[in-house]
Design a protein around this ligand. Structure first.
Ligand code: SAM
Length: 288
């Protein structure tokens, strides 16, 4: 029988491919093409407009770092806003934190939620029915425009790249509203692409975020299926000095939050070191 491969189409001249053992979903939603497939190398994988979003095998890397770093740096995050993250993986990890009272998730495409609930239930686990979680189908930019001042402690933007529906989440208007709806010790982190191939994503958003936040930085995670080396996660804090937390304090907070020993990529040591950027990545950051 002929082999069935899916070729990622993020870059016209370079990419990865997955050997598909079974196609589970292929839907054209109002926003994007959604494909979920069983692969021989990475378990179930979701592609949006041909771009690898999440794989069963390495999703823990990305979800843990996007969630635990800002929440444990903040130290007392009770109200968390998640934008995008339609697979539910960030929601699940935010709700692992005992101190979180409310996690609001705003995902523009209800079809992504529906298809991930059906074909990738392992990503979110029981997060969808957790009473501390609230899932809203809507545009993140609209939500932040309407949200009240100071209504969140941490914002996590787990969006697609700044092309198509994700583009609005990389704008001045978005960051200005994000700063407004965050409390005085507020932190926002956002997926910022792979600088080896997408340096402009980190450079442009860092320059924009510097207009509205006292501390702008980035941290890295090695996500195997985000091809091109380190993936960067943009960091912006309302107050300077929130980023650098001693390992011992991170460990204490993780213990209190109930996540110590529950992770496979994040650790207190990885948290403390992930802001050390190789020069080819650091050069894309405006001075904090
Ligand atoms: N981990 C992936 C990455 O780094 O590229 C992101 C995964 S997650 C599935 C991306 C989600 O962002 C998608 O479900 C997409 O529908 C959602 N999204 C894109 N633009 C959005 C917007 N303006 N408001 C809310 N959600 C959005």
């Amino acid at each position: 029988m002929a082999e069935n491969w899916i070729n990622e189409t993020l870059y016209p001249d370079w990419g990865q491919r997955f050997l598909v053992t079974r196609e589970l979903a292929r839907v054209k939603s109002a926003f994007q093409d959604i494909v979920i497939a069983e692969t021989s190398s990475h378990g179930r994988v979701m592609f949006l407009d041909g771009v690898t979003q999440i794989t069963e095998r390495d999703e823990f890397v990305y979800q843990e770092m996007l969630t635990h770093v800002p929440l444990l740096a903040h130290g007392d995050a009770r109200r968390v806003l998640i934008i995008g993250a339609g697979d539910g993986g960030v929601l699940r990890r935010v709700l692992q934190h005992r101190g979180v009272e409310q996690a609001v998730m705003v995902e523009i495409d209800g079809e992504v939620i529906r298809l991930c609930q059906e074909h990738m239930p392992m990503i979110a686990g029981d997060a969808w029915t957790n009473p501390r979680g609230q899932v809203i189908v809507g545009d993140g930019i609209d939500y932040v425009r309407r949200a009240p001042d100071g209504s969140f402690d941490v914002i996590i933007v787990d969006s697609t790249d700044p092309i198509g529906v994700g583009e609005v989440l990389f704008t001045d208007e978005f960051y200005e509203n994000a700063a407004r709806i965050l409390g005085p010790a507020g932190i926002i982190v956002n997926q910022c692409g792979v600088p080896f191939m997408q340096a402009d994503e980190l450079r442009d958003t860092s320059a924009r975020r510097a207009k509205f936040f006292a501390e702008v930085s980035a941290y890295v995670a090695a996500v195997p299926t985000y091809v091109g080396g380190f993936m960067t996660l943009g960091w912006s804090a309302k107050a300077a000095g929130l980023r650098d937390v001693p390992v011992a304090t991170i460990r204490e907070r993780a213990e209190a939050a109930g996540i110590l020993g529950q992770t496979r990529y994040w650790s207190p040591e990885m948290h403390a070191s992930c802001f050390n950027l190789p020069p080819y990545i650091a050069e894309n950051l405006r001075p904090a």
